[in-house]
Ligand binder design. Structure first.
Ligand code: 5GP
Length: 244
C-alpha cells in the first residue's frame, strides 16, 4: 500500500474509508533530533494500544480527537486532519529541555501547569515559538490558539488523574492538534474543527512512578537508563489494567 507519509515512529497510509488515514506504529526510536537511533522491541504495539486507550478515555470526557478505532496491534484508523505545525507541550514539573533552558533542576513542581509551543521543524530542531510569532506567521488563528491552550490544559487535568490512579505521575507531555479535513465519517460541520491528533504514549510523555521516582518513559532510552522495553510494557499493563 502506498505510503502517504513516513515519520520517525509512524507511517501514514490512506484509510479504507473516505476521510480516513491508517496509522502504523513502528518500533523505531529516535532522540536528540534524530541523532540517536535504535529499535525498542514491541514499542509500536505499546504506543498504538496506549494511544488508543487514551484517545478513547479523552473522547469519553469530551475531548475531540482524530481517533476512530484500533485496526490491529500496530494500527489505528484516524480522521484525516491538517496538522497544525506546532508541538504543544504541557509541563507540571520541570524536566528535559525546560530545565536546560532555564538552568533549573529537574522535578520542581511548577506553580501551575505551563503550555509551551515549538515550531514543528526537524531541520531547525523544533525551536520554541511564542504566541505572536505563531499568529504573525499565520500558523494558527487567535481562536484556534485559544482553543488549543484550553484543550491542552483540560487534557492535562484528565491525564494526570488517569495516571495517578495507576501510580504514575504525569510530569510533561507533547500534543499535536489538527483541523478536521473532510466530512467523511466525521459529523457534519466538523471541517476546520480543532481535533487532538498524533499520539499520546511513553514516547511523548514523561511518567515518573510515585514513591520510587522511577522513569517509565522514553527518557530510559534517551538517557541510557536500561529496562526500556520493560518500562513500556509496564505502562501498557497499567493503562489497560486500570491499576498500578
Ligand atoms: P522536552 O522539551 O523537555 O524535551 O520534552 C517535553 C515533553 O514533550 C516530553 O514528555 C517529551 O517526551 C515530549 N516531546 C517534546 N518534543 C518531542 C518530540 O519532538 N518528539 C516526541 N516524541 N516527544 C517530544
Amino acid at each position: 500500500m502506498e505510503k502517504l507519509y513516513e515519520g520517525k515512529a509512524k507511517i501514514v497510509y490512506p484509510g479504507p474509508e473516505t476521510g480516513t488515514f491508517r496509522v502504523f506504529y513502528k518500533d523505531d526510536a529516535t532522540a536528540f533530533n534524530g541523532q540517536k537511533k535504535a529499535q525498542i522491541g514491541g514499542k509500536g504495539v505499546v504506543n498504538n494500544k496506549v494511544s488508543s486507550e487514551l484517545f478513547r478515555y479523552l473522547e469519553s470526557h469530551g475531548i475531540p480527537t482524530h481517533f476512530i478505532r484500533e485496526l490491529s496491534e500496530r494500527e489505528m484508523l484516524v480522521k484525516q486532519v491538517e496538522i497544525v505545525p506546532l508541538e504543544v507541550i504541557v509541563r507540571n514539573r520541570t524536566a528535559g529541555t525546560f530545565s536546560k533552558r532555564y538552568g533549573v533542576e529537574e522535578g520542581i513542581v511548577l506553580k501551575y501547569p505551563l503550555v509551551e509551543f515549538s515550531l514543528k521543524n526537524d531541520a531547525l530542531g523544533d525551536p520554541l515559538i511564542y504566541d505572536d510569532a505563531a499568529l504573525g506567521l499565520e500558523l494558527v488563528n487567535g481562536a484556534e490558539l485559544a482553543r488549543i491552550k484550553e484543550l491542552a490544559l483540560r487534557i492535562n487535568t484528565l491525564l494526570k488523574e488517569f495516571f495517578a490512579e495507576r501510580n504514575l505521575e504525569l510530569i510533561d507531555f507533547k500534543l499535536e492538534f489538527g483541523r478536521a479535513l473532510t466530512p467523511g465519517p466525521s459529523p457534519k460541520g466538523e471541517r476546520g474543527k480543532i481535533l487532538l491528533a498524533d499520539e499520546i504514549s511513553p514516547d511523548t510523555m514523561r511518567l515518573w512512578e510515585f514513591g520510587t521516582g522511577k522513569k517509565m518513559d522514553k527518557d530510559r532510552f534517551r538517557r541510557d537508563l536500561g529496562g526500556v522495553e520493560e518500562a513500556y510494557q509496564e505502562v501498557l499493563r497499567r493503562v489497560i489494567g486500570g491499576t498500578a
